[in-house]
Design a binder for this molecule. Structure first.
Ligand code: AP5
Ligand code: MG
Ligand code: ZN
Length: 215
């Protein structure tokens, strides 16, 4: 099962990906998490990405294409994978098509999370993140123990790009550069749009129902 989780910032891609990883036993490939891990480790890639990420701009395509190309060739992608936060531009989608053709792993479905802007802003405004990639919300989905990640026990924090200014920019960037991919995948008959405004558990059930025909 080769899946793309698609949608605007704050739509719930990361939240659902963590649940799907457990359920289907396929890896989540979150380009945002990969970039943040590089930032934490102070790699050259992380340092180069920081200025884009903090402002809510996209990191250049060639950087992301390189990351994805290497990641998809790893052994754990053998039985499927979930892309979270990639592709975000038409050149990234075109490059992905080329890579997947080469490794003979076509995309089965693109799950498009639909959530209105007001909800995205309040979700991102209250988000708490863990370095393991787990995502919480102060009100909608708090960790069981305040300030501590349920999954790994580390301290949760607010993401550097979850400021009001950066969020506004991320929503604009999404509309201008990423949203055109909805048409792109619709034309390929791969797009499945879902209502991302429902409760986390309900969205999860909806996704499982959609994916049942592939499992
Ligand atoms: P990235 O990390 O991918 O951020 P994003 O796309 O902006 O998406 P988010 O992580 O903000 O949203 P999400 O859909 O995962 O929502 P979540 O589940 O956390 O990218 C960050 C940056 O990296 C980019 O700006 C860019 O600079 C760079 N980058 C990454 N990939 C790139 C690429 N391919 N090309 C170029 N640059 C790239 O949920 C959000 C909140 O809502 C949480 O608090 C959660 O608890 C809550 N929530 C989730 N679901 C629900 C629900 N159903 N009801 C109520 N609350 C909910
Ligand atoms: Mg995310
Ligand atoms: Zn954690």
């Amino acid at each position: 099962m080769n899946i793309i989780l698609f949608g605007p910032p704050g739509a719930g891609k990361g939240t659902q990906a963590k649940k799907l990883v457990e359920f289907y036993n396929i890896p989540q490939i979150s380009t945002g998490d990969i970039l943040r891990a590089n930032l934490r480790e102070g790699t050259k890639l992380g340092l180069a990405a920081r200025e884009y990420m903090d402002k809510g701009e996209l990191v250049p395509d060639e950087v992301l294409i390189g990351i994805i190309k290497n990641r998809l060739k790893e052994d754990d992608c053998e039985n499927g994978f979930m892309l979270d936060g990639y592709p975000r531009t038409v050149p990234q989608a075109d490059a992905l098509a080329g890579i997947l053709e080469e490794i003979e792993k076509p995309i089965d479905i693109v799950l498009n999370f639909e959530v209105p802007d007001e909800a995205l802003v309040s979700r991102i405004g209250g988000r708490l993140m863990c370095k393991c990639g787990a995502s919480y919300h102060k009100t909608f989905n708090p960790p069981k123990e305040e300030g501590i990640c349920d999954a790994c026990g580390a301290e949760v924090y607010q993401r550097a790009d979850d400021t009001e200014e950066a969020v506004k920019n991320r929503l604009d960037v999404y509309k201008n550069q990423t949203q055109p991919l909805i048409d792109y995948y619709e034309k390929m008959d791969l797009l499945k749009t879902l209502d991302g405004t429902k409760d986390i558990e309900v969205v999860f059930e909806d996704i499982k129902a959609i994916l049942a025909e592939f499992a």
